[in-house]
Design a protein around this ligand. Structure first.
Ligand SMILES: [Zn+2]
Length: 340
């Protein structure tokens, strides 16, 4: 469970760090350049890491540094590295996002990559979670807007859950389902603030994450939030070995999965497309370096991929989701996605 509720403030990160006398900073160059001039207290050590491969993390871990605190400050990689080192070294953790782009800084689970595949290896509970408005707002707006993705993926995860229940007899809970649905609906009400990335928009993004993480951790896995939209992203990344802006790729995949979920879709695809347009999410494949050939390959192989990786049951666990012709055929979906 998330015990530390996020604390918000205009310059909360430097305010708090200036009261600590001994901490290790785990970050990346860009966010660090923003924060460093605001600090009176210098960290004992600044660790830069861009790579969650387990070999890279083990190399840092071997340094066996000591301090009273570890601060994970940045995007997903910095916060996840901070979590990993806090767990390995037994040092209390503070996390602070420099952008609201993924939920890593709130999740207690530690995600590393083994052979380019995500693996959860442990849990750590941050003592404090700090959301610094002034820092978050200095990141490119497009990155913060993309932060809707890991909450809004509830919209497809829920349809996948219905498929899993009806076609595979998976465990289902109507209360958890309704609660998750409510979180996604609430987030969609904040479209204009999210587009502006103002304080209210940042609050809405963070609240969505807090609720989503709480629901998933209470349920026991990411079922209410993660489904075919994520698995298709992992499959594409596996094929191309490419790095994509997570939120944009998830946005694209949400539209594709909602359309293919047909009568099991819990949200209307047009409503999601309008929401993405309202907040300015750049989900078009052409804007994300995704070409038609590799996206086709991902759609063709995602069924085999989820079977092999033993991902949760859902749309892609069905043996054949494409019609022979029409909008829900493979070419129909590709024509549609590449018209964005
Ligand atoms: Zn995600």
């Amino acid at each position: 469970m998330v015990k530390a509720q996020p604390e918000f403030g205009e310059a909360i990160l430097s305010d708090v760090l200036n009261t600590l006398d001994d901490f290790i900073m785990v970050t990346m160059e860009e966010p660090w350049a923003l924060l460093e001039p605001m600090l009176q207290a210098k960290p004992r050590e600044v660790i830069f890491n861009r790579d969650m491969q387990v070999e890279t993390l083990e190399k840092i871990e071997k340094r066996e540094l000591k301090a009273k605190w570890i601060v994970g400050f940045g995007g997903g990689t910095a916060c996840d590295t901070g979590k990993y080192l806090s767990w390995k070294w037994g040092i209390p953790l503070i996390t602070a996002p420099s952008i609201i782009s993924v939920d890593a800084w709130l999740c207690t689970s530690i995600a590393v990559r083994v052979d380019h595949k995500v693996k959860y290896i442990g849990d750590v509970q941050p003592s404090r979670v700090l959301v610094d408005y002034s820092i978050v707002k200095r990141a490119p707006k497009a990155l913060n807007r993309a932060g809707v993705s890991d909450t809004i993926s509830i919209t497809t995860a829920l349809g996948d859950w219905l498929i899993a229940r009806d076609a595979f007899g998976d465990k289902f809970d109507q209360d958890v389902f309704d609660e998750a649905k409510h979180v996604a609906e609430n987030l969609m009400k904040s479209a204009s603030d999210i587009n502006a990335v103002n304080n209210r928009g940042i609050d809405a993004l963070v609240k969505g994450y807090v609720d989503e993480v709480r629901i998933c951790e209470a349920w026991g896995n990411a079922r209410p939030e993660e489904g075919g939209e994520h698995f298709l992203a992992y499959c594409l990344e596996d094929i191309t070995r490419g790095h994509y802006l997570h939120g944009n790729l998830i946005g694209l995949n949400i539209l594709v999965v909602l359309k293919l979920q047909r009568d099991k879709a819990v949200f209307e695809v047009e409503k999601l497309k309008d929401f993405f347009d309202d907040i300015g999410l750049e989900y078009a494949p052409s804007k994300n370096g995704i070409n038609r050939g590799s996206y086709r390959q991902a759609l063709e192989s995602v069924h085999a991929y989820v079977m092999q990786e033993k991902h949760l049951n859902g749309l892609w666990s069905l043996p054949n989701v494409f019609d022979d012709r029409g909008p829900c055929s493979l070419d129909g979906i590709l024509d549609w996605a590449f018209s964005f």
